[in-house]
Design a protein around this ligand. Structure first.
Ligand code: NAD
Length: 342
């Protein structure tokens, strides 16, 4: 199978491409190689196991004159939750318009599309009647807190409309994805890269809030496996498939910092709590995996602590940005009135 991967030069895209290539499939990427994500765009192109077409998925031109493909994996997106709160036009264009054009291309070619949405469509995690936290189910209503989540929610609708009757569609909603290759210079995503930068500099690990917030951190290789499985087992044309993607386990931010410190080649580290709340952030998130189980789709096989260790150890000698970059991003949000705190 020849698979067109939008955003293929990014974190998840590179893992998906390797997984597909290892199973005998061909890959080609459309990627804008955004400077915010890629400090070494040439390196990213070289790592990708196929051609990379440098183009904007939200631009009609990007979709003309492409080599033939048998399936589309749509990953290209702007991904900074907090940044989306003030860069609305940019997020709208890349995430909603980009998805529309990707779906249109799949429909025109009559080939399956697997697209990554996000758990951000659910917004704040729900509680059961007794007050306990409840994992998000695919049928829960959309209630995004961030503009990023709103674009992802709208992109899902647009995609289903575009492919209707012409291509099979799978929408996957990953929780927090971690692993080797995630951006080390993008201060708008991924708390783990901030922890890495601080561990290397001997600074305390900084948590915004009291650290009791929970997330579901899933290893990128498990996400790639789920995407590949869906390509190999597409749903019927009339039945778009929506799937969660996570471990089904909650990890608090304090636990995440402890895992990172435990894996650090520099030894242990102190955790500090900063009394701020960024607009767009939620307190709790976790995936319900019932639908994955019922479908017989591959479940994650790696633990969160192993995924953290993989990232910290594997990225230790990488080209990591100064931790000041994350401090500056918080100041930038604060200046825009998007941070609550003393
Ligand atoms: N990483 C996570 O924790 C996570 C969680 C949930 C959902 N997702 C979704 O997974 C997908 C991939 O995320 P990732 O973590 O690999 O991010 P990433 O930033 O590493 O990769 C995204 C890639 O898309 C490219 N891109 C961005 N806008 C583009 C455009 N307009 N045209 C062409 N290329 C463009 C970037 O250059 C980058 O290479 C995204 O849709 C994201 O919303 C990621």
């Amino acid at each position: 199978m020849r698979v067109l991967i939008t955003g293929g030069a990014g974190f998840i895209g590179q893992h998906v491409a390797s997984r597909l290539r290892d199973h005998g499939h061909g890959v080609v990427a459309i990627d804008l190689l955004l400077p915010q994500v890629h400090s070494d765009p040439e390196g990213a192109m070289l790592r990708f196991p196929g051609d990379v077409i440098r183009a904007d998925v939200a631009d009609e031109q990007a979709w003309t004159g492409l080599p033939l493909f048998d399936a589309v994996v749509h990953l290209a997106a702007e991904t900074g939750t907090a940044q989306s709160m003030y860069e609305r036009e940019r997020y709208e264009r890349a995430n909603v318009e980009g998805s529309r054009l990707a779906a249109r291309a799949a429909a025109r070619a009559g080939v399956p599309i697997v697209s990554l949405s996000s758990r951000a469509v659910y917004g704040e995690g729900l509680r059961a009647e007794d007050g306990s936290l409840r994992a998000s189910h695919e049928d829960d209503p959309h209630s995004p807190v961030s503009f990023y989540g709103e674009t992802k929610s709208r992109a899902e609708g647009v995609l289903v409309d575009e492919v209707r009757g012409a291509a099979s569609a799978v929408i996957i909603r990953p929780q927090n994805v971690i692993g080797l290759g995630q951006a080390l210079h993008n201060p708008y995503t991924g708390v783990l890269a901030a922890f890495l930068a601080r561990l290397r500099e001997g600074r305390p690990l900084s948590i915004y809030g009291d650290g009791t917030q929970t997330r579901d951190f899933v290893h990128v290789a498990d996400v790639a496996e789920l995407i590949a499985w869906n390509l190999e087992h597409p749903p019927r044309l009339a039945e778009p498939r929506i799937l969660n993607c996570g471990t089904g386990n909650r990890t608090s931010l304090t636990e995440l910092a402890e895992y990172a410190a435990a894996a650090s080649p520099a030894g242990t580290s102190v955790i500090e709590y900063v009394d701020v709340h960024r607009s767009g952030d939620i307190d709790h998130a976790c995936a319900d995996l019932g639908r994955l189980r019922a479908l017989g789709a591959p479940l994650p096989i790696r633990t969160t602590s192993d995924a953290v260790a993989d990232f910290i150890v594997g990225s230790w000698r990488g080209d990591v940005a100064s931790s000041q970059l994350w401090d500056d991003a918080l100041d930038e949000l604060d200046a825009r009135g998007l941070v609550d705190g003393p």
